[in-house]
Design a protein around this ligand. Sequence first.
Ligand code: SAJ
Length: 435
Amino acid sequence: MVHAAVVGMGYVGIPVALTLANSGINVIGIDIDEKKINDLNNSQYPLEGYEPGIKNLLESVVKKNLFSASLDYSDAKDADVWIVCVQTPFLVSEFKPNFNALNGAISSISKNLKTNATVIVESTIPPGTMEEVVIPLLEKYSNLSSGQDFGVGHCPERVMPGKLLHNLTNYNRVLGASDPQTHSVMLDIYSRITSGELYRTNLKTAEVIKTFENTYRDVEIAMANDFAKYCDAIGVDFYEVRDQVNTVESRNLHLPGGGVGGHCIPKDTWLLAYGSRGKYSPNFLTMAREINDSMPQHICDLSIDKLKHFGLNPKTSSITILGLSYLEESDDVRNSPSAQLYSLLKNNVNDVRIHDHYAHSYPGISHTDDIDAALKDSNLIIVMVAHNFYRGLDLIKTSKMMKTNLLIDTRNIFSKSTLKESNFNFTILGRGKSW
Ligand code: SAJ
């Protein structure tokens, strides 16, 4: 094994490249972003977010000359293994995946692929993509034949921001390939990376395992959201119900919220649906996705109704959204439900503010990390993210800072008694309202 190349220096690619280099083989990280390349070569972690251990690991492998980064695929033309970790977004309005990054990576690899090399895709892709898109593209520019002259594998990523190295070095992994030689190369690679189990299967099964894995979670969350709206409609406390239901073995009701964000859950159901190529429409699964997608609109409707109920004109009111990240205790804002809620509210409400003390920036949204500025003279607070910081807010002080004491808690972080003691007129998603 001479060396490996990892294409896509993002949340997936960087940990893979550094962990692989740390196992003692030379790794080149390839990306199209020159700043990222320069940062990496200067041992600067280029992504936002706190990832335990990653800065030290980067410094160590750069110092040992085991890792370097480049814009140029030809720098890796001697690579024995190529690992592709680029984004694969889905265009819901057109019901098709955006393969620009994948096609770009695979075409460039194809022009630099050496005989007997192995190409492994970690990106999450619709079932059928390896055989119908990746292999033909690799053969097109390399004039090599898959199976004879090079191997192809699919090892779907299983990352979670904030726990990148931990998950990568402990989680089980699925190794999809169509020949034993490629499986043995993948076993060598991934046994260097993780102590978890390595399960061998074929390419399409590996694609389905990953898309099912996340679709399953999306459906679990959609169930919680639909149950919560049902409970609000008939005046029952969803959280009381959930506690009792979850005492029954093999029940695991999830939590409702203002939406489902992140880099993978919002798109993987669509990738799965697309992968059946029209042979089957998983309507139940896509309906669950649409329920989760509708949550920011549901919260927007609750907010406007609440303002009007208390005689306030939305146009001249002020709303404070607490939380911009897609997940508590994270600075990751990808597919942020709060950003979607912000856009919906801005169509109806004059002054919409977003507070977050982790998130750095979001295109088109200027949020603040000053909680007092976010709350002062506001009419309505909407808790969208369960950051611990919000649980510690002095609600009596907060109540006095506001013009009117209206509050919508989508993450059930405040108890009803605390909210009542602080004179808030509140709605808790799934737990009804105080007015
Ligand atoms: N969410 C809810 N209710 C819940 C759980 C989550 O509304 O009960 C929302 C979150 O607020 C967030 C979104 O869903 O906006 C996604 O949350 P997540 O916990 O699933 O976080 P992700 O997107 O980082 O999920 C990743 C996924 N892993 C991969 O795609 C490889 C997911 O499959 C994992 O279960 C999750 O990490 C994990 O827990 O490790």
